[in-house]
Design a protein around this ligand. Structure first.
Ligand SMILES: N[C@@H](CCC(=O)N[C@@H](CS)C(=O)NCC(=O)O)C(=O)O
Length: 223
């Protein structure tokens, strides 16, 4: 199995968490942002990574979008499962997964890249890094006004994710797609002191899930 990815993408991290949770052997191919389109569009019709190739020499098997990758893995590698036994709970876990993917992962991206080009510039002040960050900001329309809206969405997300304060699972009594998606899509915030200091419970769960999935901890949480 081969995962086409950007090494720093939180959506690719989301796919890796699912692969790791299910203890599947896989290789990664790190693509160059921009040029990646030449590789992935003919396979999936999309311009985004991650893309999973269950059979690397048959590109027709390619699966684009991390949510579709979750579904594919659950149907082909059922154990260990991230489907919840109670149907209502499982439905809610997938709803959270979709919201995390479509709304919160994007909000994280806005807040993270804005921070990297301002207070967080010292993470990598090199011209090449700042150039890439500026290209990303322009590509996604990361303006100060949009960043403010993203911060509000993240504030609301902390309320929705508050079950993590009391127990290791967002829904029900076992790990679900909601836990995997949240652990990946909020992980870039671990580098931002305001988030790291205000939401210690969040990053404790993010770290626990990474450990359970055999995935290296994200920047800001390494030991
Ligand atoms: N909903 C998609 C989002 C994936 C996504 O936004 N990937 C970004 C990297 S973090 C990407 O490939 N961007 C490049 C582009 O849009 O051209 C998923 O879950 O796979």
């Amino acid at each position: 199995m081969l995962l086409l990815q950007f090494s720093t993408s939180h959506y690719c991290r989301k796919a890796r968490l699912a692969l790791g949770y299910k203890k599947i052997n896989y290789e990664v191919a790190n693509l160059t942002p921009g040029l990646h389109i030449l590789k992935v569009r003919p396979i999936t019709g999309l311009t985004t990574v991650p893309v999973l190739l269950p059979t690397p020499n048959n590109v027709k098997s390619g699966i684009g979008d991390s949510t579709r990758i979750f579904h594919y893995l659950e149907s082909h590698f059922p154990e260990p499962s991230y489907t919840l036994a109670a149907r209502e709970q499982n439905r809610y876990a997938w709803l959270l997964e979709d919201w995390l993917d479509e709304s919160i992962g994007t909000a994280t991206r806005f807040v993270y890249y804005h921070w990297r080009s301002n207070e967080g510039k010292s993470v990598n002040p090199s011209l090449s890094s700042q150039l890439v960050i500026n290209i990303v900001r322009r590509q996604y329309g990361i303006t100060p006004a949009a960043v403010e809206l993203a911060k509000k969405r993240l504030e609301n997300a902390m309320e929705v994710l508050s079950p993590w304060k009391e127990k290791p699972f967002l829904v029900g009594d076992s790990l679900s797609v909601a836990d995997l998606a949240a652990a990946a899509l909020l992980s870039p915030l671990a580098l931002i002191p305001d988030y790291k200091d205000n939401y210690p419970w969040l990053f404790q769960r993010v770290a626990e899930i990474h450990e359970q999935c055999g995935e290296a901890l994200p920047p800001g949480l390494e030991k």
